[in-house]
Design a protein around this ligand. Sequence first.
Ligand code: AMP
Length: 395
Amino acid sequence: MKTLNDFNFENKKALIRVDFNVPLNDAFEVTDATRIISAKPTIIKILEEGGSCILMSHLGRPKGVQAEFSLQHIVSKVEDILGVTVKFVDNCIGPVAEEAAQNLNPGEILLLENLRFHEEEKQGDKDFAEALSQLGDIYVNDAFGTAHRAHASTTIIAQFFPENKCFGHLLAQEIESINKVMETGEKPVLAVLGGAKVSSKITIIENILDKVDHLIIGGGMTFTFIKAQGGSVGDSICEDDKMELALDILKQAKAKNVQIHLPVDVLAANAFSNDADTQIIDVTQIPEGWQGLDAGPKSIESFHEVVMQSKTILWNGPLGVFEMENFAKGTIALGDSIAEATKNGAFSLVGGGDSVAAVKQFGFENKVSYVSTGGGAMLESLEGKTLPGIAAILE
Ligand code: AMP
């Protein structure tokens, strides 16, 4: 696996695919700069070695050239974070980009306009990738958030740098973190899968059964498993067409010696509302008119024990409807348990879909070992897929 350490960037132009797809408010100000901050170590390392950086990214989902999706909006934020002046060109290919790249001196940064202003980016167009490749000497992929897409700048471009391509610090860290859970994790290995639906997590569950010793299933997925085993789930979210699959998963887990932990009690509500009446009830005895929206106290306690005995922990998906304050307790308690286990030496990785939002909202970000920067890319990694952006560097 080639990383930044395999190259000397002195007098070289690094063409770096970053993920600067950051949220902007109505005044086009960056409201969450995490992705820019995450790319900083790679950029600074190259500049300090005497190289220059040409940064390419997408922003949003523009249809052709649309001013509101211009990366010009983020230039000053990038400068603030990196502490270096950032030059900008309003096209990522063509004479303007080529001239700006040619004139770039060691220690300087050039940001290219939104890659997706050209539809060839998402099409994975080879000519477009080749045009981009003209700009730099070494291709660095540091965009985990788009590594699951075979786009021109994330995948196709790598073929024009047969020797001179590598992972940036961020992408290398993401790969190492996933490997720590999926390949080399110290036992016992635990995965906590929450969230809304079995159907969106099924491939992950099936892949993960070969990797873990314990699997906690929480959130809305719980009820498909409970009903499949004969429990009453009332009006809780439940995918009847996935009940057989749920039973099959339980069977597979037994055969593979994986211990599955489901909630034993839930906080049920008489409406999907923060103001609903609530009761704590056995997960198998939820009456009609009531729905389980969070883990109950006995479940929280038993999950705590499982977490505390685990040495490697993967967390994907909340244990309840954490967006509503009254149903966030289970998710917060789980975060507390994982933070405590991490403090005691366990490795913990949080990622995929909405989990990162929950972790940030409740302040667990710095209390777990690693928070992934990629939603879809993380989910596909957990499904056992080789991401095209990663494969293109390894080839
Ligand atoms: P996912 O993107 O699959 O991780 O799902 C996250 C969503 O699952 C969040 O928006 C939660 O509100 C939702 N969720 C968690 N627990 C439940 C539940 N018991 N009933 C309904 N939705 C839930």
